[in-house]
Design a protein around this ligand. Structure first.
Ligand code: PMP
Length: 355
């Protein structure tokens, strides 16, 4: 830290992203990316013609992509906001809607960026404890009179709540914005997008980073009432009006056009998820029910940090947090069948070594 950093940031603890090692090839199951490359048509869309236009700024309104998304989700383009990854969207949500009077609430075990944004904007934040087995109890959020952000499915647990539960939360907090972060909704969960037309205080946040194999392109989007989208626009035009680059927009349009390719990949991930959970079961692991492209798992007698380190030394990366509430657990991204077989083989080796 230099002596020039504003005093308001001296206690800020920044988010620590999952490792992206550049030194060697790992079986990378630590940041919930898709193991599958983008559809071939996406590679064609980001072609020399598009690259030759990189001297020109992209459309700041992202009209073609918003129209494409609007058709896909059967909403209007004015219901859609584009962001440089859903992380940027979350930033704009906290920036636009939360302040000293309008605090924010989120689950105590959830995406690690929520408390970072709350701290960045010095907001009164309430971390609502999860119930037994990391279950989110919807009534804990009903009528709380705060802005709310809930990842559904939750991360890192993978657990999901139903659309009717979300509706209860949204309906009971009519004077606050409820942001449902659906980064992992396309791996067997039911989206609450159909509620957007009914509630002006609901924002649904999705990403191209997981289901749509575009983590490197950085694209997230929100769907909400036109008023909320206008507010997000105000934040965007006050920070970075060209937040989505040309190549990503071209890639994203081709991605939507090839939905079936991604849907088939998701089905494979879901099969690999069931397979991995079953195999871990046989090895004595306990795994939470997951509707995401990752699982949260633990093995009694084997500390989560020890498992993470042993796997890393064998070339397999998973995610582990030292935080006490989840220190025994590891989050494992579901990759290809081959990747999951390597993971399981290394787990078996480790269990033999420690026994
Ligand atoms: N929300 C949740 C719950 C996540 O796990 C992630 C991925 N780390 C994000 C949002 C951000 O994803 P991206 O910025 O790549 O869209």
């Amino acid at each position: 830290m230099s002596r020039f950093l504003s005093a308001r940031f001296t206690n800020l603890e920044a988010y620590v992203p999952g490792e992206q090692p550049q030194d060697m090839q790992y079986v990378k199951l630590n940041t919930n990316e898709s193991p599958f490359p983008p559809a071939p048509a996406v590679l064609e869309a980001v072609n020399a013609a598009e690259i030759s236009r990189l001297n020109l700024y992209p459309d700041p309104e992202g009209r073609a992509l918003r129209q494409k998304l609007a058709e896909h989700y059967e909403v209007n383009a004015e219901n859609i906001f584009l962001a440089n990854g859903s992380d940027e969207l979350l930033n704009f949500f906290f920036m636009a809607f939360c302040d000293g009077e309008r605090g924010v609430a989120f689950p105590s075990v959830s995406y690690g960026f929520y408390p970072v944004y709350a701290s960045l904007y010095q907001l009164p934040a309430e971390e609502i404890p999860l119930r037994e087995d990391f279950r989110l109890e919807p009534s804990d959020y009903c009528g709380i009179g705060k802005n709310i952000v809930i990842a559904n499915p939750n991360a890192p647990t993978g657990r999901i709540i139903g659309v009717e539960d979300i509706e209860r939360i949204v309906r009971s907090n009519p004077d606050h914005v409820v942001m449902i972060d659906e980064a992992y909704i396309d791996f067997g969960g039911e989206s609450c997008l159909p509620l957007v037309g009914k509630y002006e205080n609901l924002l649904v946040c999705q990403t191209f980073s997981k289901f749509r194999s575009l983590a490197g392109g950085r694209l997230g989007f929100a769907v909400g009432s036109p008023g909320l989208i206008e507010d997000l626009d105000k934040m965007k035009y006050s920070t970075n009006s060209y937040n989505i680059n040309r190549l990503t927009m071209a890639a994203a349009i081709a991605t939507i056009d090839h939905h079936e390719y991604y849907a088939a990949n998701s089905r494979r991930i879901q099969e690999n998820r069931s397979y991995t959970v079953k195999e871990l079961d046989k090895l004595g692991f306990e795994t939470l029910p997951s509707k995401a492209n990752f699982i949260f798992t633990r093995c009694s007698g084997l500390d989560g940090g020890a498992l993470y380190r042993a796997l890393k030394s064998k070339g397999v990366l998973v995610r582990h947090w030292d935080r006490e509430a989840i220190a025994n657990w590891c989050r494992v991204t579901i990759g290809s069948r081959e990747q999951m077989d390597v993971f399981l083989e290394k787990v078996r080796e480790i269990l033999e070594e420690v026994s």
